[in-house]
Design a protein around this ligand. Structure first.
Ligand code: GLC
Length: 741
């Protein structure tokens, strides 16, 4: 009897007989590590290697003989990509895979609300689960180093603390569905041009203080089950097999027990892959070597070539077993976890989540004369201008492109939100008339025969008779316009949009510009346009969320997750660093020197006392807020103690609204150079008119540390610190100080 009880306790089986019938690795009541070992011990060398490389565009083998399921990956960070053919990027032509497009992650970051990140992760995880996927290839948390980087729209802004706070709930939300999040692109993948040839040169402090924290948070706090290696190089080693990034930092220092998945065709050598941390190789073409033989998955670096080296003894079985264990652990956490939920797809709840995130992420940049919100009762005639009012934005931009069940365009949203208004439309300009990606088509006919000047003239003529004019412009995920694989060519709005905006500003004073983009843009007309919104790529519910804010059904509470520079040379990557890199003589590798070091984004703006177009953390509201003087509960703290910074925030306006109270800490005197101040806390508080909230930030010693690159550890130094409380990185409402003893 005792033996039976013990056995059940250990292996969770009802009876010895039953246990004998059910192999341990199949018993999902048993300890995962025991199951992994049992499965591993039953596998042949070929079966272990089979786990480590693709068998199709987005899947890898399980072990069919043992009933261990395959691993199915899916893009992307904003929604579940339509099914592609086994061996091609083109569409499989399924009719059950039209998804919900959630807002781009810049919009999520702009909510400054971790609850939105949890809602996002749960919803997109349910979509992935319902589509029977094992791994969601997202979120992306590369830092926004330059406004020209093509994929910034997929990431969470310029600040490591903001991205660290927002990525954790997203990962937890996804994985609550028994689907692995695969956080990407680890690491330093901050440009698209020559992304597989750029060798990033960056000092250790900057690496650890700016570019790694969001990945570390995803792993150590979020418990991410997968990480994607980036295409680029660091330390002259490709990030998909990189001793420092993968073995030393990710797996050793951070204790990552998940799987490192290569970016597609990111693996370049079998021995390097064996030794330097990659666990699964996926490929752009069948052989992972880009342009190779058909059906050459067995030619992948981690396929037959790996087997050959293992058979000769040149490569160790110990490394192989570690990789196989990690993949088996991923499978046990997902496919072989019978207790995981079943997900849901294109549900009303998911559309509601997408809209709520959009509502909270849209940023009111400027609102002179309180032109916004539009009062429906005073808006009998509204003119909507701009290609981005009608162009579908969910198709295109690279691997995050989606086949959606619906996308409400801004024009549709405005019309639906104001049925009593006469809403007219003028194209204003022609940008990108395409609407196809990998065989997913928008079905829109954006062809236009009028000349640029005629388009402007037609818009101006109608603008004169309108109560309000709303221009939707910006970028559009076409090449060089916020897209994977190509960086922007400059910060100006493309397609002569500035001319359209200038002309409309002259034609009607009640003029609103909505910038649809994942990046900052130059706004030479900013003093001629009363109201400006940052509209992001909001996805399926774009028109709904934008109309919610424009008509005031929602009070905007978004804050910029990145600095909007007035001109490109205000960005340190372009004024001090290199972007993109510089080719070496052999023309195969280009070095990109992050010479700006720690001083990215607002850290540079502070250091050089620049005046950006709009600062990091900026965003207006339809109400107003007042702040009390910040207080600290003690003048000093010990290393194992803490201090509390408190501030009272009051809604002094006439309608409810949300304020993002931001805490920046400054090390007044340090032995090493440090930024003027750094974001170390934020709280989004919803307040009714007249209501006051007391916001308290607990400051602990770890928040005061810098990375000591000589000692290879984080540490703080005793001395005076200042706590700056602000509603943006430049709008500091007050400060207080304390001493670290
Ligand atoms: C792409 C992207 C990556 C994506 C993968 C699969 O090249 O860099 O983000 O998940 O390939 O499409």
């Amino acid at each position: 009897m005792i033996r039976q009880i013990l056995f059940s306790a250990i292996f969770g089986a009802a009876t010895l007989t039953e246990a004998a019938a059910t192999p341990l690795y199949l018993n999902d009541d048993a300890d995962i590590e025991a199951r992994v070992e049992d499965a591993l011990n039953r596998m042949t060398l070929e079966e272990k290697v089979g786990l480590l490389h693709a068998q199709s565009k987005f899947s890898s083998r399980g072990v069919s003989r043992l009933g261990i399921p395959e691993v199915w990956c899916t893009d992307g960070p904003h929604g579940i990509r339509a099914e592609v053919k086994w061996d091609e990027w083109d569409q499989a032509g399924w009719t059950n895979d039209s998804c919900v497009a959630f807002p781009a992650l810049t919009c999520l970051a702009a909510t400054w609300n971790p609850d939105m990140a949890m809602a996002y992760g749960q919803a997109i995880g349910e979509e992935a689960r319902y589509r029977k996927k094992t791994v969601l290839l997202g979120p992306g948390v590369n830092m926004y180093r330059s406004p020209l980087c093509g994929r910034n729209f997929e990431y969470m802004g310029e600040d490591p603390y903001l991205a660290s706070v927002m990525v954790v709930p997203y990962v937890q939300g996804v994985q609550s569905n028994g689907v692995a999040a695969c956080v990407k692109h680890y690491a330093l993948n901050n440009q698209e041009d020559w992304r597989d040839a750029v060798n990033v040169v960056v000092d250790d402090r900057t690496l650890h203080e700016i570019y790694l924290p969001a990945f570390k948070a995803a792993v150590c706090d979020g418990g991410a089950w997968a990480i994607m290696g980036g295409y680029n190089l660091y330390n002259n080693e490709h990030c998909c097999h990189n001793q420092v990034l993968l073995n030393d930092i990710l797996k050793h220092d951070w204790g990552f027990d998940g799987v490192v998945i290569s970016d597609w065709a990111g693996v370049h050598d079998t021995r390097e892959a064996a030794h330097k941390g990659i666990d699964m190789e996926f490929g752009t073409w069948t052989d992972g070597l880009k342009n190779g033989k058909k059906n050459a998955y067995d030619d992948y670096y981690m396929a037959d070539p790996y087997i050959r080296f293992l058979r000769t003894g040149e490569l160790s079985h110990k490394e192989l077993d570690d990789k196989a264990r990690r993949v088996l652990r991923l499978i046990m956490r997902t496919e072989m976890n019978r207790k995981r939920p079943y997900g849901s797809f294109s549900s009303p709840e998911h559309y509601a989540a997408a809209r709520r995130i959009g509502d909270e992420g849209i940023v009111l940049l400027q609102n002179k004369g309180n032109l916004l919100p539009i009062d429906r009762n005073k808006a009998s005639r509204i003119l909507v201008v701009g290609e981005n009012a009608v162009k579908m934005m969910t198709v295109g931009g690279g691997s995050s492109s989606l086949k959606v069940q619906r996308e409400i365009t801004p024009l549709e949203g405005i019309m639906a939100a104001c049925p009593g208004c006469a809403v007219d439309f003028e194209r204003g300009y022609v940008g990108d008339t395409g609407g196809e990606y990998n065989g997913v088509v928008s079905g829109q006919n954006l062809n236009e025969t009028r000349t640029a000047s005629q388009l402007i003239a037609d818009a101006v003529a109608k603008a004169k008779g309108a109560d309000y004019v709303i221009f939707f412009g910006g970028l559009n995920k076409a090449d060089h316009q916020d897209a994977e694989g190509s960086d922007r060519l400059g910060m100006a709005l493309p397609y002569h949009q500035d001319d359209v905006i200038e002309a409309l500003a002259k034609a009607n004073p009640n003029f609103i510009v909505v910038n649809i983009s994942g990046n900052g843009v130059e706004m030479p007309w900013i003093n001629k346009v009363p109201a400006v919104l940052q509209g992001w790529y909001v996805g399926s519910e774009a028109g709904e969320a934008l109309a919610d804010v424009i008509f005031g059904d929602v009070n905007p509470s978004g804050r910029l997750p990145m600095t909007f520079y007035a001109t490109l040379n205000q960005c340190s990557a372009h004024s001090v660093g290199q972007f993109p890199g510089v080719w070496r003589d052999n023309e195969k590798i280009q070095d990109c020197n992050y010479a700006e070091g720690l001083l990215t984004g607002y850290r540079w703006i502070d250091a050089k006392k620049l005046k950006p177009l709009f600062p990091f953390g900026h965003g207006l509201s339809y109400t107003t807020f007042s702040y009390s003087k910040p207080k600290v509960n003690s003048g000093s703290m010990t290393a194992d103690g803490s201090v509390e910074i408190t501030v009272d925030v009051t809604n002094t306006g006439s309608r409810e609204g949300a304020e993002v109270v931001q805490l920046y800490l400054a090390d007044v005197k340090s032995s090493v150079p440090r930024p003027v101040k750094e974001l170390k806390g934020f709280r989004k508080v919803h307040l009714n008119p007249g209501q006051t909230a007391t916001v308290t930030f607990k400051v602990t010693e770890d928040m005061l540390r810098f990375y000591d690159d000589k000692a290879g550890e984080w540490r703080s130094e005793p001395g005076k610190f200042e706590a700056h409380i602000g509603s943006s990185s430049t709008d500091i409402k007050g400060k207080t100080d304390f001493n670290l003893l």
